[in-house]
Design a protein around this ligand. Structure first.
Ligand SMILES: NC(=O)c1ccc[n+]([C@@H]2O[C@H](COP(=O)([O-])OP(=O)(O)OC[C@H]3O[C@@H](n4cnc5c(N)ncnc54)[C@H](OP(=O)(O)O)[C@@H]3O)[C@@H](O)[C@H]2O)c1
Length: 295
């Protein structure tokens, strides 16, 4: 039976980092790794290193089934398709069904914390995808990934520039985790899968409020940030006035709603358990990224 590990979205940040960790820290032979992407030409270096690189587009189910043929474990990396309601779930279901039809032995999927109840606007896409994985009846691994520390590149530069961080997250906390740590953990689980079906929640080792993160960012950069607490409606209104495209405003506001509700505050030891290393702290990540954040 095949013991190959097929990673979709292999030219994305996470997919590529998972493959690099499989080949590196996990010492998986290149011949056991398959990289699936819409753009195989972007992964010529992996192909040159002995990794099979194939075209895999979730919008092309027939092509996907061929791509997955012979795969042992298939990691379905969630897509970034946010432009059309329902599209992402349709894509994930197509990928999961194609993996099952192609004879995969195990399916893995990247989800989000508290998928059942999360107030993040697209949480139902992830819950529906998790349910589709389980409905195949195949052994599975679910990785519920907390927010990337890299997401702070979206909020902190403006806050450091203006000295104000507008948020409706209140005292809610987020267990930020670097994408590199998530990838290391996912690769660890794929290379050494547990005997039982498992749902992991991949988090940093602490959950911090925006006020705590602002204080750490100020200490790292020497620039003050005042956190301005707003309601969801005020935050949405401010974004509209600032020219944020209207269709994306409810999604962005839902991140703060979810944070306020505690949906992103779960802390587990799964990253260290799977990767063998302690996750990077927010403090250390800010120190390493202060130049990019403070512009
Ligand atoms: N936890 C968080 O904070 C957080 C933040 C942002 C995103 N995410 C989620 O995590 C995923 C991976 O993150 P990332 O940082 O690697 O994102 P990224 O670098 O923006 O990559 C986007 C990913 O979507 C894949 N994709 C898009 N359309 C596809 C299609 N039609 N068929 C197959 N794959 C498709 C891409 O694969 P190819 O280009 O290789 O085909 C790529 O892997 C994202 O796509 C998103 O679902 C999580």
């Amino acid at each position: 039976m095949s013991d190959t590990i097929f990673v979709t979205g292999a030219s994305g940040h996470l997919g590529r980092a998972v493959i690099d960790n499989l080949l590196g820290a996990q010492k998986v032979a290149p011949a056991r790794v398959v990289a699936g992407t819409r753009n195989p030409e972007k992964l010529a270096d992996l192909a040159a290193n002995g990794v099979k690189v194939v075209k895999a587009d979730f919008d092309d189910p027939a092509g996907l089934e061929k791509a997955f043929a012979g795969a042992g474990t298939v990691l379905v990396v969630s897509t970034d398709a946010m432009d059309e309601p329902g599209k992402r779930l349709r894509q994930h279901k197509a990928a999961i069904a194609a993996a099952a039809r192609a004879g995969a032995r195990r399916i893995a999927y990247t989800s989000l914390p508290n998928a059942e109840n999360s107030k993040v606007s697209f949480a139902p896409d992830h819950l529906g995808s998790e349910q589709a994985v389980k409905a195949t009846g195949l052994p599975y691994l679910i990785f519920r990934n907390s927010w990337y520390m890299e997401n702070l590149h979206m909020s902190l530069p403006q806050a450091l520039k203006t000295g104000q961080w507008f948020t409706s997250a209140g005292e809610g906390r987020t267990s930020f985790v670097s994408r590199a740590d998530q990838a290391a953990a996912i690769a660890g689980a794929l290379a050494n899968p547990p005997a039982a079906n498992t749902t992991y929640t991949l988090t940093g080792s602490e959950a911090l409020s925006n006020a705590e993160i602002a204080a750490l960012a100020s200490a790292a950069t020497g620039k003050p940030i005042a956190v301005v607490n707003l309601t969801d409606e005020q935050l949405a209104g401010g974004m509209k006035a600032a020219g944020v495209p209207e269709p994306v405003i409810p999604t962005i506001v839902s991140f703060d709603t979810a944070t306020r509700a505690g949906d992103l505050a779960t802390v587990t030891a799964d990253v260290e358990k799977l990767s063998g290393r302690r996750p990077t702290s927010v403090k250390d990540w800010l120190a390493a990224n202060k130049a990019a954040l403070a512009g």
